[in-house]
Design a protein around this ligand. Structure first.
Ligand SMILES: Nc1ncnc2c1ncn2[C@@H]1O[C@H](COP(=O)(O)OP(=O)(O)OP(=O)(O)O)[C@@H](O)[C@H]1O
Ligand SMILES: [Mg+2]
Length: 500
C-alpha cells in the first residue's frame, strides 16, 4: 500500500544545528504513528516542515504519490494535512463555533453559524469529540480546548492529523478520552502522527514508531516488532558513559538542601510535588527529565523567582525558603539560567554593566547607591580574560556577542563572584563544541574546588558525563536516584515514566 505521506531525505538546518538530517518519514491512512525522541531531537521541526511552517533545505514530500511543495499551513490543509500545536491558538472570548468559523475563513465565504454547528456535529459525533458549540472557549478545560483544535482540523477534511505532545497538559482521564478519539479516527481511515515522550502512550495507541535522535531516524518499526527497552535505547543511545570525567574531590562541608518542596506552576497546578535532595560542596548533582516535568518551577523556587508552597530550602544551614534573591545570592547561591538573553544578561547593556547586574547592591561596586564604573570595568575585563570571552572590549553591548560567548561571560561572572552553590540550567544548549567544552570545564573546575552544582539539563549526555549523582524528575517528583556508572537505559525508562 502506498503511504498517504512520504517524506524523503528531509534536511532542515537552523543556525548552528541540523534539526533534521536526511529524514525519511511516512504516514499511512488508518495508522497511528508515534514520533519519539529526546528534547531537541527534531520531532517538531519535521512536522512543521510537513505542515508548511518551515521550508526544508533538502528533501521531497509526496502526498498520495505526487510530489508536492508545502509552502504554508493553508497548502498543507488543502493537501489533507492538519496539525495541533502544543500551544493552542483559540480566541478565548469567541464561542467554539465562532472559533471553528474563523478557521474556515467563513467571514469571507459567508458560511452561516448554524451551518458551522452542523459541521461540528458531523465531524465530532462519531468520534466522541464532545464539546458544546455555543460555549465560550475561555470557559473550557484544557482537554475541551484541545477537542476544539482537533475539530477545527477535521472540518477542513484532513486525512492526516499531527498532534505535538497532546497530552502534556491533560489529566489522565482527558488523555484517555483523546486516545479513544484517535483510535476512532484511525478506524475511520485517517492517519495520525503522535509526538510524545510517554512510553505508555506509545504502547497503548501506536501502530508504528519512528525514533529521532539528533535529527536522524534511528528506528522505524511496527510496534508489535519492538520492545519497550529497544525503543528507549534508540532514544537515548547506548554508549557507555563512565560518569564524571575528571577526578572528583571529596564532598565538602556545606550544602544546598531542599526538603519536601512543593511549588505551583503557572496554571496553579502542583508542579513540584514534595522534592527533597542535598547537593554538597564538591559534587555535581544532575536532574534528568523530559522538559515540563517540574524542572523550571524547581529551579525558580530555589533561586527565589517563584514561591514555595511548602517545604524548606537551606544553603549552608541558612534557611532561604522565603528570602528574596538578593539574600540568596549573598548566601552564596548563583543561577546560570537557561534564558541567556533576558534573565542572565540585559542585551542592550554593556558587558561591564552586565558584569555587576546582581552586584550593584554591594561594595565595592556601589557606594551609597552610586556605582563605580571603573571597578565594574575591571571586573568585566577579568571575566573576559579568565574565561576566554571573544569580544572587542568590555564596553560593547552584551547582545552583540555570540551565544557561546555570552554564556562564557555568564558562567565567568558567577565564578568571579565567589558563589559556592551553583544552579546551572541547560548551560550548553545551543553552543558550539568549543564553547560547550569551555563551559563544562568551568563547571568541573568549580566542583573540584569545592563548589556545589545542581545541573538541570535536557542533554542526557551532558548529565551523564558531568554528574557525580543524578535524579530523574517525572511529574514533579524525583522518582529515582542514579550513581555512576550510569545505567542509561534505566534512566531513559524513568524519564518516560516507566517506573510508575
Ligand atoms: N525556529 C528555530 N530556530 C532555531 N533553532 C530551532 C528552531 N526550532 C528548533 N530549533 C532547534 O532545532 C533542534 C530540534 O528542535 P525541535 O523543536 O524540532 O525538537 P523536538 O524533538 O521537538 O524537541 P522537544 O521534545 O523538546 O519538543 C533543537 O536543537 C532546537 O533548538
Ligand atoms: Mg517539540
Amino acid at each position: 500500500m502506498e503511504p498517504y505521506i512520504r517524506m524523503v531525505g528531509i534536511t532542515k538546518k537552523f543556525p548552528g544545528v541540523v534539526a533534521n538530517d536526511s529524514v525519511n518519514f511516512e504516514v499511512y491512512k488508518g495508522e497511528i504513528h508515534a514520533l519519539l525522541g529526546e528534547n531537541g531531537a527534531g520531532k517538531t521541526t519535521l512536522m512543521r516542515v510537513l505542515y508548511g511552517l518551515y521550508r526544508p533545505d533538502a528533501g521531497k514530500i509526496y502526498v498520495n504519490g505526487n510530489e508536492v511543495k508545502i509552502g504554508s499551513p493553508t497548502e498543507a490543509l488543502r493537501l489533507g494535512i492538519g496539525m495541533v500545536h502544543q500551544h493552542f491558538s483559540l480566541i478565548p472570548y469567541f464561542t467554539v463555533a465562532e472559533n471553528v468559523a474563523i478557521g474556515l475563513g467563513s467571514w469571507r465565504n459567508g458560511l452561516e453559524i448554524e451551518k458551522i454547528k452542523a459541521m461540528i456535529k458531523d465531524v465530532s459525533e462519531d468520534l466522541g469529540l464532545y464539546v458544546n458549540p455555543d460555549a465560550y472557549v475561555h470557559q473550557l478545560s484544557v482537554g475541551e480546548r484541545q477537542r476544539v483544535e482537533i475539530i477545527k482540523m477535521l472540518v477542513r477534511g484532513v486525512n492526516v492529523l499531527i498532534l505535538d505532545e497532546p497530552t502534556s497538559a491533560l489529566t489522565p482521564q482527558e488523555s484517555q478520552q483523546l486516545f479513544n478519539v484517535l483510535k476512532r479516527m484511525k478506524d475511520g481511515g485517517r492517519g495520525v502522527v503522535l509526538i510524545t515522550h510517554k512510553m505508555y502512550e506509545v504502547m497503548e495507541v501506536a501502530d508504528r514508531v519512528t525514533v529521532l535522535r539528533r535529527g536522524r531516524v534511528v528506528l522505524n518499526a511496527l510496534k508489535g516488532e519492538i520492545s519497550e527497552k529497544a525503543l528507549v535505547e534508540a532514544m537515548v543511545g547506548k554508549e557507555v558513559i563512565l560518569g564524571s570525567p575528571e577526578k572528583r574531590s571529596v564532598p565538602q562541608k556545606g550544602a544546598l538542601s531542599v526538603e519536601g518542596l512543593v511549588v505551583k506552576g503557572d496554571r496553579g497546578e502542583v508542579a513540584v510535588n514534595g522534592i527533597s535532595f542535598v547537593v554538597r560542596g564538591g559534587e555535581i548533582v544532575g536532574i534528568a527529565g523530559v522538559a515540563g516535568n517540574g524542572q523550571r518551577e524547581l529551579v525558580e523556587a530555589i533561586f527565589g523567582m517563584r514561591k514555595a508552597v511548602s517545604g524548606k530550602i537551606t544553603v549552608d544551614g541558612v534557611d532561604i525558603t522565603n528570602k528574596d534573591i538578593r539574600d540568596r545570592v549573598s548566601a552564596g547561591l548563583e543561577l546560570i539560567p537557561e534564558d541567556r538573553l533576558g534573565t542572565a544578561v540585559i542585551p542592550k547593556l554593556s558587558l561591564f554593566q552586565n558584569a555587576i547586574l546582581h552586584e550593584r547592591w554591594w561594595d565595592p561596586y556601589s557606594k551609597m547607591g552610586v556605582l563605580s564604573i571603573s571597578k565594574a570595568r575591571d571586573l568585566a575585563k577579568r571575566i573576559i580574560n579568565s574565561f576566554g570571552v571573544a569580544t572587542p572590549n568590555e564596553q560593547v553591548q552584551a547582545g552583540s556577542l555570540s551565544g557561546g560567548n555570552i554564556q562564557k561571560f555568564v558562567v565567568g561572572r558567577s565564578m568571579a563572584r565567589g558563589a559556592r552553590y551553583l544552579i546551572a540550567v541547560n548551560p550548553t544548549a545551543g553552543l558550539d563544541v568549543a564553547a560547550t567544552d569551555s563551559v563544562r570545564k568551568t563547571l568541573v573546575e568549580f566542583r573540584n574546588s569545592g563548589g556545589a552544582v545542581l545541573l538541570v539539563s535536557e542533554d542526557l549526555d551532558e548529565l551523564l558525563s558531568l554528574s557525580d549523582r543524578l535524579y530523574v524528575i517525572y511529574r514533579g517528583k524525583l522518582v529515582k536516584e542514579f550513581l555512576p556508572q550510569f545505567d542509561r537505559l534505566a534512566i531513559g525508562e524513568a524519564m518516560m515514566g516507566g517506573q510508575q
